[in-house]
Design a protein around this ligand. Sequence first.
Ligand SMILES: [Zn+2]
Length: 291
Amino acid sequence: MPEHDTLRRFIFEQLPVQGRHVHLDASWHAIQQHRDYPQPVRRLLGEALAAAALLSAMLKYEGTLSLQIRGGGPVHLLVVQCTSGLHLRGLAHWRGELAEDAGFRQLVGDGQLALTIEQIRQAERYQGIVALEGDSLAASLEGYFARSEQLPTRLWLHAGDGPAAGFLLQTVPGRDPAADAWQHVTVLADTLKPGELGSLSAQELLHRLYHEDDVRLFGAAPVAFRCHCSRERIEATLRGLGAEEVTGILKEQGKVHVDCEFCGRGYDFDAVDVQTLFVPDAQSAHSGARH
Ligand SMILES: [Zn+2]
């Protein structure tokens, strides 16, 4: 049975190792619809989305996990987000012409990778930042886990013209696996070919790698593209720009039009809307009404 847009968890019955597998199809295609990404940027974005879905288990409560790359190469910004409800969105900014086969380092150059966890029930947000390293996004993320005293974690990511897919192995908290057990599971996963990751279902993949181990595969959770943009959030962004700038745009264009970069949805603000945004009394009366 082919699986589309699903995240599945598995555990090794005899080893303190757990894992996840994600396969993105319609969700991944929907995210690409809003921009004409060059092939290598599209591949990197697909890999990042698969990674965000795999890492969403780091959300213990309702919230959002974000991965952000600030690169020194042609791809200077890449943002992907996955919510605890497995809603994905993402975008990438690039400049210049890119070779079809441009690899990770050529795309991002030197730069930083930030992993942010925002949970609704916790006021504090968590952010970890590491330098981009190695020859792949997976290597950079593994570097993050190695450095931040998180659980030992390995990732395999693939995005081509078809689906985007990812595979993750992680030790079980509080139960350090013997070095040879961890090596056993990761060496086998290293034999995965990129095409296999994109084409095999979780069950087929686990059978291909670990048919001699006892692995329990859990049910599939659906993953979907969904943008959580709203008029309120766009208003907050406009306020951040300041009255002078926004009024300037209004004068020039007759209205202020903002497209959400993640989903392409358009928001319009006319003169009255803009005035309301920047009237201090209206704002304080508004917030006062909530108390
Ligand atoms: Zn949106």
